[in-house]
Design a protein around this ligand. Structure first.
Ligand code: NAP
Length: 248
């Protein structure tokens, strides 16, 4: 039985969607949660209230993870408030889709900076803390698009593929300190991000799923909870697809 009692988790992008589902799942297993969001304070406060109902501690923090300085300050604040960090989930992400021909340079940069550099910034900011503790769990949210590529998402696919390289490299750096670093590659999950897709793209995505259903945040949250738990203590550098068979 997975138990995260007394553990402190930081979940970036947990005001909504997959991050919120992960935050609630970790809290349901006993973890206190730092709820990190970009600008949606109201939604972040809702997540905090739902977590508190589960009898654990939660607090919302506004932070743009693409800034190393902001990430560093966030980590200092969370450690002061919670007494330490045991689990880091790098989930914050954005999309800015378009074919390469029409993709603006700033749209390429922004998607790399939030998804990939944001994960690097959070890992860099917690690195020493985890090293000193000689234990820790880092879970990065990649995507099946980072494995297979996707027309119209060169920026996003590059960022998500980069997250896989980041995960495996940091896993090798930290393994001897009892710190595991893994990635989850979700398929098509129902959230604000995918709700904004054109109807045709939604139909095509659903048609590509052998299990013939769209995934839910909870599907990803269950995997994140396992990776955060003692039960997964010998798994590191792994990329787990949670996609209903989409990327088989
Ligand atoms: P979402 O519903 O759009 O939520 C995005 C979350 O990220 C929000 O909490 C948002 O905060 C936060 N965020 C955005 N930019 C940020 C920044 N610069 N700094 C800090 N937080 C930031 O997205 P989602 O679908 O749940 O996706 C979550 C993760 O899963 C992303 O990394 C995404 O790429 C990945 N993923 C999703 C799918 C899918 O099908 N949905 C598939 C594969 C991978 P605010 O609420 O404050 O804006």
């Amino acid at each position: 039985m997975m138990d995260l009692n007394g553990k402190n988790a930081v979940v970036t992008g947990s005001s909504r969607g997959i991050g919120k589902a992960i935050a609630l799942k970790l809290a349901s297993l006993g973890a206190n949660v730092a709820v990190v969001y970009a600008g949606n304070r109201e939604k972040a406060n809702e997540t905090v209230a739902e977590i508190e109902k589960l009898g654990v501690k939660a607090k919302a923090y506004s932070c743009d993870v693409s800034s190393l300085n902001d990430a560093k300050n966030l980590v200092i604040e969370v450690i002061a408030d919670f007494g330490g960090i045991d689990i880091l989930v790098n989930n914050a992400g954005v999309v800015k889709d378009g074919l390469v021909l029409s993709m603006k340079e700033e749209d390429f940069d922004r998607v790399i900076n939030v998804n990939l550099k944001g994960s690097f910034n959070m890992i860099k900011s917690t690195y020493q803390h985890f090293m000193k503790k000689r234990r820790g769990r880092i879970i990065n949210i990649s995507s099946v698009v980072g494995i297979n590529g996707n027309a119209g998402q060169a920026n996003y696919a590059s960022a998500k593929a980069g997250i896989i390289g980041l995960t495996k490299s940091v896993a090798k750096e930290l393994a001897a300190r009892n710190i595991t670093v893994n990635a989850i590659a979700p398929g098509y999950i129902e959230t604000d991000m995918t709700n904004s897709m054109p109807e045709k793209a939604k139909e095509a995505a659903l048609a590509a799923i052998p299990m013939k259903r769209i995934g839910q945040g909870e599907d990803i949250a269950n995997t994140a909870a396992f990776l955060a738990s003692d039960e997964a203590s010998y798994i590191t550098g792994e990329v787990i697809k949670v996609d209903g068979g989409m990327a088989i």
